[in-house]
Ligand binder design. Structure first.
Ligand SMILES: C[S@@+](CC[C@H](N)C(=O)[O-])C[C@H]1O[C@@H](n2cnc3c(N)ncnc32)[C@H](O)[C@@H]1O
Length: 206
């Protein structure tokens, strides 16, 4: 296990404490109320969503590449009714069969994925007909001035974090991947630095 992976967990848990308390936890719960049936969560991290899953979730499969994140997950926190399985893997190559889940959840992950279009194509592949994709992401600002600063500082931010981008047009990427966004909120993330504050959350269907 690399020092970078351990450091990632350490920093992530500390950086997120403020936003979680200031409202992010509430956003997670609201979004996950829409989850049902067999659910796939991509990039579960240390499991910040687990306690917010509702009873109508029968089973959760979580895919996460970082073994140090997986080691820190408390599976007992799961609010759904069925089993939880955590698998080491990547969004661009999901270890799941075609049309095998009812809901896919992704929160604060598309900013870090190297090939977003490929990950979104994988999400489409594993969703059953009638399935839904729930997302919550920090994204490029709508304000030109802020977006310019995000573009300028993104290479440095990406270098420092190892994988995160602050200037992704995730909403457009979701639509370009053939999803229709049916529910959508754009809102500044509380207690977050200005350039990481713009965020979107919602529901999309293939
Ligand atoms: C900022 S953390 C978010 C964790 C969690 N989803 C949350 O909402 O708190 C980003 C997560 O995405 C994972 N990740 C990075 N690249 C990934 C990839 N290609 N496929 C799946 N997960 C990835 C990281 O290991 C990390 O756990």
């Amino acid at each position: 296990m690399s020092i970078k992976q351990k450091l990632g967990v350490f920093l992530y848990e500390r950086i997120m404490k403020g936003p979680e308390k200031a409202g992010l936890q509430h956003w997670r719960r609201e979004l996950l109320e829409e989850a049902r049936g067999d659910v796939l969560e991509i990039g579960i991290g240390t499991g910040a969503n687990l306690e917010h899953y509702p009873k109508q979730v029968d089973k959760l499969i979580a895919v996460e590449p970082n073994p140090e994140m997986i080691r820190n997950i408390d599976l007992d926190a799961f609010g759904g009714s069925g089993p939880v399985e955590v698998v080491q893997g990547f969004a661009g190559d999901l270890p799941l069969d075609d049309e095998s889940v009812d809901t896919v959840v992704i929160t604060l992950v598309l900013c870090s994925i190297p090939d977003v279009a490929r990950a979104l194509a994988e999400i489409r592949r594993v969703l059953r007909p009638g399935g839904r994709f729930l997302f919550l992401e920090h994204v490029a600002s709508c304000e030109e001035k802020v977006q310019k600063w995000q573009d300028r500082l993104d290479p440095l931010w990406n270098y420092l974090t190892g994988d995160c981008h602050m200037n992704r047009h995730t909403e457009e990427a979701i639509e370009e991947a053939g999803f229709e966004i049916t529910d959508y909120i754009r809102e500044p993330m509380p207690k977050t630095p200005l350039l990481l504050r713009p965020s979107i959350r919602g529901v999309a269907v293939p």
